[in-house]
Design a protein around this ligand. Structure first.
Ligand code: ZN
Length: 242
């Protein structure tokens, strides 16, 4: 089975439609969404409708919860807060109800997936260091955990000798006796210095997880952010992938 993991669209319709098109050639059996459909970008409602249509399962992210007042924005920076307030005003009642109904963790036999961390996902912590990964590996039993949230694709590997290493490969071979935490990056606001959209595909037979980068109409997404009166920095950063 081939499973696609997409996440962190953040209201970027141009990025989402390009990723959807890219997925049409990949013959995946399932699409799992790992949170943050909204926040930052200019098309929250449209993105919710497309993600609902293309995904088999959808998890909530911190911006999804913040946009419906389900979690507070005290820890958000000024531009994120401003964008969430704008998003709250845009969302239809139907889409608010939809965001409110999403769960935080998905579990399958050989993997778990979550927006933030497998322990206390509602605290929206990050797994960005070996120390974070060390703590996280203790809290799930499967060999694989797919995450998002940082917008910065990375793989933490717990080897058969229990060492933990961090890698940034485009392709990860899943080895027997090893365990993995795989951050699949962001569709709508990449922050790894590469402006291309990012998503992951896990092939359960080949035991391989690959990251796919997709070009999209960045300028159009930037124009819409500026046209909506959202903070200009949110448009600028898309050009740099920061
Ligand atoms: Zn995000």
């Amino acid at each position: 089975m081939k499973i696609a993991f997409i996440s962190d669209v953040h209201g970027n319709l141009e990025a989402l439609t390009s990723v959807r098109k890219s997925l049409q050639n990949k013959r995946v059996d399932k699409v799992l969404f790992l949170g943050d459909i909204v926040g930052y970008g200019a098309n929250p409602n449209e993105c919710i409708e497309i993600v609902r249509d293309m995904s088999d399962d959808i998890l909530a992210g911190n911006h999804d919860w913040a946009a419906i007042g389900k979690s507070n924005t005290d820890y958000f920076n000024t531009v994120a807060k401003e964008a969430i307030e704008w998003t709250q005003d845009q969302l239809t009642e139907d889409n608010k109800a939809f965001l409110a109904s999403q769960s935080l963790i998905g579990e399958m036999e050989d993997f778990i997936c979550v927006h933030s961390t497998p322990f206390h996902p509602e605290d929206w912590g990050y797994i960005i260091s070996i120390a974070d990964a060390y703590e996280s590996f203790e809290t799930f039993s499967q060999s694989l955990c797919f995450i998002a949230h940082s917008h910065n694709p990375i793989v933490f590997i717990k080897t058969d000798t229990k060492d933990i290493v961090a890698r940034k490969p485009s392709q990860t071979k899943i080895l027997k006796g090893f365990r993995y935490i795989i951050d699949i990056g962001s569709v709508g606001q990449p922050r790894d210095g590469n402006p291309l959209s990012c998503y992951g595909i896990y092939d359960t037979e080949k035991k391989e997880c690959g990251l796919i980068r997709v070009q999209y109409a960045v300028t159009r997404a930037q124009e819409k952010i500026l046209g909506a009166g959202l903070p200009p920095f949110l448009a600028e950063r898309l050009g740099f992938g920061m």
